[in-house]
Every structure is written in C-alpha cells, then in structure tokens.
Design a binder for this molecule. Structure first.
Ligand SMILES: Cc1ncc(COP(=O)(O)O)c(C=O)c1O
Length: 454
C-alpha cells in the first residue's frame, strides 16, 4: 500500500495545479483532488487528505468516502482559524446574513424552552403550529396553496435537499444541474446513486439555463431538474416567462423540478421572485419546493427548513426522517413559526443593506484589473469573473486557477473568497456581501491593491 501511495504522490506532484479524477490503487474509489504547488516544493494538505480519503475507502463506505467537504465552509473555517491566530482577515465566504435573529423570534424560543410540551419528542413532520405558519406564509409570499399533509419540516434547507433527493432518485437516474451550482447539490445526488448532468451557464446568458439546453441534455434517464432562483452562487433571478417556459417543458416531458426558494425575499432592482408551481400549476404533481427560515430571518443556526411536494414524496421523506433525525428541535420550530407569523420588516432592512452593499461591491470589483462582475440580482453574493487574472503572476506566485488565486489572495491580502471551482465554475469566485460595509470596502480594496486597478 505504501509503495502505491509513494508512486501516486509522485505522479500527483507532476500534475500540480490540475484537477484530477482518479481511481486509487484499485479500491474502486473515485476521488477528486485539488493540487496546489507550494513554494517549498511540497504538496498542499488537501492533496494528502484527498489521498487519505481514497485510501480509507475500505474503512469508510465508498458512498460517503466520495463526498467532498463543503468548499464554502472550508474557506470560512480557514479564515476563522487565521483570525483566531491574530491575523486581520476579511471573510467573503460566509453564506449567512450578518444580522441578528429578530428579538421577537428569540423571545418566542425562550418561552418555548419553559413549556414542558417542547421537552418531548414531537411529530416527525413538524409541529402543527409551524406547519400552519408555512401554509399561511406560502400563500402570503408566493400565492402557493399548500395542504399541511404535503409538507414536512426539516433540519434546515440542506436537510430538505437531502430528504427530497433521497425520496426521488434511483441509481442510474440523471439530474439536470445548471452550473454554477450551489456546492451542496451534487453530493446528495451522488449519494442517491444518481448522476448530475451539469449544464453550464455564463455571465453572457445571465447565468440562467435555457429550455434548449435542458432539452438537449434530456435522456430517457432524466428524472429531475434542480432549479434555484435567486441563485447561490450567481445571484441570478429568472424572469417570469423563463420560469413558465421551464415549468411547461418539465410538464411536457414528465421531468420533476426541485425548486429551491430559500432566497425568495432577497431580490433587488426590478427583479421579482416567482414560484414555479404557482406559474405552472400543472407541475404540482412533479414539483418539490424547498425553503427555510435561515436567510429571510437571519436564522442560519436554528436549523429549520421544509419541503413541500406531492403526498407520496413527502410521506417517503417523512419515513426517511423518522429513522434519521426524527422531529426538528421543538424550540427552533416554535421560533420559526413566530418568524413566519411575524412581519417581514427584518428582511426588508436586511434587503436594503444588501442592496447598498451589492452596488458598492459591483463598482469596486469592476475597478480591479481583469475582474468583470455582473450586478447581482438576488441573494447576497457577487460572482465576478477572474478569467483575465488567472495566468498572471501575483506577488511573485504564478496563478493557474481560481483555487490558486483564492489561496494567494488569502495569503497575501488576508481576504477569503470562494473559488468558482466549488460551484462548477472555474475562472469565477463567489464573494458574499453579508458582512459590514467597512469590512467590505477594506476587503475589496485589499484585493485591488494586490491585483491592480484598471
Ligand atoms: C441555495 C441554498 N439552498 C439551501 C440552503 C440551505 O440553508 P440552510 O440549510 O441553512 O437552511 C442554502 C444555504 O446556503 C443555499 O444557499
């Protein structure tokens, strides 16, 4: 085994800077590793951890061993570690609002703690008061009529993605996944034994997939499309006519749509959020809506999300959940119900702060030499192209990918950004603007100092 490892390491070393998909030592495990040359000639740790991952395949199941760690969390963790070590790091990695959960939500949770009913197991699919709040909110915010029997409450939106894909997918199924995609989507698709069919989009197309692209990728194995608007990471918001066209195409071909609406309230300028099953009601029997309180109410840590779908899918997901997590924490559910039943004032305030920051970000990023940044329409991310920066030498270091660029920017400017490779979009990077205005200006300014101004 160690001979194999040495051989593999030297082979890898010769390919530094590349992305590689390989099959290690006949384990049958496929491992995607990122190769970074270090100035001292050694191999960066994520290569070694990639190999360790592959080598541990006989200890860890292949299914789980093949899961890549969340790149967005990895950047945030590294930036936090540098901060803890006393470095003045500015992090653009976080996918969470930099605001506090509204007081009335916190108060509801405090009260719920004192209620002994909340100290016990509750229904797997959610507390009735939260389910009722989700029903009312769905009608209020998007005009979607929901029966409480057609929804379950999950441990955050991420868990809704997982439950839904486990309930829908069989090995051999294909899932259409427009890229740049949220880094989490491909993993639960693969865990279900299905394949993600990536459909690239770019800034020229507004990062929106077209019906022609979907149709060209459709095969007899196509089971579902993952659709998200506003999008993480691009901030793209699909206009009404495009959502209708995609929904009608899905109905025509019996393709399921999993539509992630977690950023529904964070749209700017003329952009408007529309829910696909509201625009195309015929889709309802093959549509699952995913949502949660994390982004709208600054409640990322509370872990409450939900999925709305046809009764058989929701029942299947509920059965799965009954053997994995059971009910979501009752206190968090009561807090989420209070949030949904309350006003939308807090999100209106956040939206106006994000709106201001997205303009600053747009202006400042476009002033950096080689950076092209479209104006964000929704969510709280800028997604600029660094294609003209890759290939340059920066601070004496040659940069051949956005992964390497992010490393150089973190090392030299102490600014954390998430490279586009994490979203299936090399050449781009994601910068969250969920941070204070001063830090934002300082952070983008440091990048401009490092990369040069145009
Ligand atoms: C597109 C998208 N969907 C779902 C989620 C899940 O959010 P949570 O699990 O925090 O509710 C996120 C979080 O970043 C997201 O960006």
């Amino acid at each position: 085994m160690s001979g194999m490892l040495t051989r593999t390491l030297s082979q890898l070393h010769g390919r530094c800077g590349a992305y590689l998909t390989t099959n290690f030592g006949g384990t049958g495990g496929v491992c995607v590793v990122t190769l970074h040359p270090l100035p001292n000639g050694s191999i960066a740790t994520d290569v070694v951890s990639g190999i360790e991952r592959a080598m541990s395949m006989d200890r860890i199941s292949r299914r789980v061993g093949a899961i890549a760690p969340s790149a967005t969390l990895a950047v945030t963790t590294k930036a936090k570690a540098m901060k803890a070590a006393g470095e003045n790091v500015i992090g653009f990695g976080a996918g969470e609002p930099d605001f506090a959960t509204p007081d009335y939500v916190v108060e509801a949770a405090v009260e719920a703690c004192r209620d002994p009913r909340n100290h016990k197991y509750s229904a797997v699919g959610g507390l009735p008061e939260l389910k009722n709040a989700i029903v009312a909110k769905s009608m209020r915010d998007s005009g979607l009529e929901v029966d409480p029997a057609n929804l379950i409450v999950t441990n955050g939106g991420k868990h809704a993605v997982y439950n839904c894909l486990q309930a829908l997918l069989n090995p051999g199924d294909e899932v259409l996944l427009p890229s740049p995609y949220w880094t989490t989507y491909p993993e639960p698709v693969a865990l279900a034994g299905a394949t993600s069919v990536v459909l690239p989009t770019d800034a020229a197309s507004g990062f929106r997939v077209t019906v022609d692209q979907l149709e060209a990728a459709r095969t007899p194995h196509t089971k579902a499309l993952i659709f998200v608007s506003p999008s993480n990471p691009t901030g793209a918001v699909y206009p009404r006519d495009e959502i209708e066209a995609i929904g009608r195409w899905a109905v025509e071909h019996g393709v399921w749509v999993v539509t992630d609406e977690i950023y529904e309230h964070l749209v700017y300028g003329d952009s408007v959020h529309h829910s696909m099953p509201v625009l195309v009601p015929e889709l309802a029997d093959r549509c699952v809506v995913l949502n949660g309180v994390a982004k709208t109410y600054a409640m990322t840590g509370w872990r409450v999300g939900w999925m709305i779908g046809p009764n058989d899918v929701v029942k299947a997901a509920s059965n799965l959940q009954s053997h994995s997590t059971s009910n979501v924490n009752n206190i968090a559910q009561v807090a989420a119900a209070a949030a949904l039943d309350g006003p939308l004032d807090a999100v209106a305030q956040m939206r106006s702060a994000f709106d201001r920051r997205r303009r600053i970000m747009h202006r400042m990023l476009n002033e950096i030499s080689g950076v092209v940044c479209p104006e964000t329409q929704g969510a709280f991310y800028a997604f600029p192209s660094f294609e003209a920066v890759v290939g340059r030498e920066i601070a004496g270091r040659s940069v051949s990918s956005t992964v390497e660029l992010a490393t150089v920017i973190l090392d030299e400017a102490k600014v954390a950004i998430v490279p586009g490779e994490a979203f299936g979009a090399p050449g781009y990077a994601r910068l969250s603007f969920a941070l204070g205005d001063d830090d934002l200006v300082d952070g983008v300014g440091r990048m401009a100092d490092l990369l040069g101004r145009s």
